[in-house]
Design a protein around this ligand. Structure first.
Ligand SMILES: NC(=O)c1ccc[n+]([C@@H]2O[C@H](COP(=O)([O-])OP(=O)(O)OC[C@H]3O[C@@H](n4cnc5c(N)ncnc54)[C@H](O)[C@@H]3O)[C@@H](O)[C@H]2O)c1
Length: 447
């Protein structure tokens, strides 16, 4: 089929690459000329493992193109995906301006019976709104709108797109549903379940899924707090409950709170939609509040530890903290709503000097962080630090030489906010260990 994908971000690029690798002819269109130029020059504008290889192969085979030109390229498309951003609005709702602009831009160029697919995460009622925009803009007959939310995770986007748990299709009519079934027939052949429903249900499925996963994270983080008080270990508790098939082990890793481009904005979006429709979502509202508090609490814990350990000398010299990991999770360069942003800002407010290293998010970090010493390696970041705070569990951090880190630090606090290390691996090198949901292990002060 002829497919156009509007938006060349994490979702648009992955969708375009996947569809092109299933023999479709795909044009990916973005308003960001620099992004399109980079893609046409073979450079990836984002870090997503393996995506560059699939894109290069599809582009070389002539099945995938990148352009800023909507008019020429939408004209021949049987299916047009909207995969543009849907950030939070100032009131906590969803800013649909990119969706509306994209719909308005394609409207006049759509061919007869084209299917416009909303891939972006949008609140219930948006497909209706896009239909209304197209009715006033589209000159062609029989154009229909479908909601087809995306469930991929950054870091494993390709795998998730190629091997989805399910495909959700919300259509107003049989034509939209049939076209989507045809497009996704390679997945049907592999017995991936299809959820055929209305657009409003499909839109709500995406929000409800993300809110539920965010609740699991919020729940285990609260259990982690209790573990710290009773001398327990949240890892054992999470495994013990997660092996219950009704619960599942996924999203039960305690940590600094969820971040990223989806959970924070989608939980806010669901809470806002609930209020707007007179069906508040108090559970979700509480999860949002708890998560925001958690990041602040982490920074507070670091500040407290620094003062308690060495109050007099810390007061005399400026405290220094090294942050390991800035992206909201490993295997991505995405820093949108990352816990590191909140933690760093709180430390800086208290006068702490912050150094940091992330294997892939340094370019995004440079654009988002002020007055942070961005270092080329973790050892450089740890130099003269009073504390290390690990916020993202990149596998390369696991291979660090802890003795060398300890040797370069000024202080001896190691905050492992992902429980990436066993306490003894850290203690053995003279550092104090502060994990999540497990008791802190601190060396006795020298006499
Ligand atoms: N990132 C994820 O992990 C993920 C997963 C599932 C769903 N989603 C949802 O998918 C959507 C896209 O997310 P993303 O992370 O890919 O966003 P992104 O910010 O990485 O990419 C959006 C792209 O759209 C482009 N764009 C904006 N307006 C445009 C227009 N009018 N015409 C053409 N291009 C335009 C931007 O320049 C940008 O390149 C969001 O609704 C998001 O919630 C994201």
């Amino acid at each position: 089929m002829e497919v156009a994908v509007i938006g060349a971000g994490y979702v648009g690029l992955t969708t375009a690459a996947c569809l092109a690798s299933h023999e479709n002819s795909v044009t990916c269109i973005d308003t960001d000329g620099a992004r399109v130029a980079a893609l046409n020059a073979g450079r990836m504008p984002i870090y997503e493992p393996g995506l560059d290889v699939v894109i290069e192969k599809a582009a070389k085979a002539g099945r995938l193109r990148f352009t800023t030109d909507v008019a020429t390229n939408v004209r021949s498309a049987d299916i047009v995906f909207l995969a543009v951003g849907t950030p939070s609005a100032a009131d906590g709702g969803v800013d649909l301006s990119q969706i509306e602009a994209a719909a308005a831009s394609i409207g006049p160029h759509l061919k007869s019976r084209a299917v416009v697919v909303i891939k972006s995460t949008v609140p219930p009622g948006t497909a209706q709104r896009v239909s209304a925009i197209l009715q006033t803009r589209a000159s062609a007959d029989g154009v229909t709108v479908v909601s087809n939310p995306e469930f991929l995770r950054e870091g494993s986007a390709l795998k998730d797109c190629q091997h989805p748990d399910r495909i959700v299709i919300g259509s107003f009519d049989d034509h939209g549903a049939a076209m989507m079934r045809k497009l996704y027939s390679p997945f049907g052949a592999r017995n991936v379940p299809f959820v055929m429903t209305t657009p409003a249900n499909a839109e709500l499925i995406k929000y409800a899924a993300n809110a539920f996963l965010a609740m699991k994270i919020g729940f285990i983080n609260d259990i982690a707090d209790l573990c710290e008080k009773i001398g327990g270990d949240v890892g054992d508790v999470a495994r013990g409950i997660g092996l219950d098939a009704r619960i599942g082990t996924a999203f039960l890793q305690a940590g600094p709170g969820y971040g990223g481009s989806c959970f924070p904005k989608d939980t806010r979006g669901l809470a806002h939609a609930g209020k707007a429709h007179g069906a508040p979502q108090p559970l979700v509202e509480l999860v949002i509040e708890r998560n925001e508090n958690r990041m602040r609490k982490i920074a507070r814990r670091v500040l407290d530890a620094l003062r308690i350990k060495d109050s007099e000398s810390t007061a005399r010299r400026q405290a220094r903290v090294a942050i390991f990991g800035l992206a909201f999770k490993p295997e991505t360069d995405d820093m949108r709503d990352a816990p590191s942003l909140t933690v760093i800002s709180m430390l800086q407010k208290e006068g702490v000097t912050v150094s940091a290293h992330d294997p892939h998010a340094m370019a995004n970090a440079r654009a988002l962080l002020d007055d942070v010493e961005l270092c080329t390696c973790p050892y450089e970041a740890a130099k003269d630090a009073d504390a290390i705070v690990l916020l993202t569990e990149w596998s390369s951090f696991r291979a660090l030489d802890i003795g060398r880190l300890a040797g370069t630090m000024r202080g001896q606090s190691f905050f492992d906010y992902r429980n990436a290390f066993k306490p003894n691996e850290i203690l053995a090198h003279g550092l104090d260990y502060f994990g999540v949901g497990r008791p802190a292990q601190v060396h006795a002060p020298a006499e």
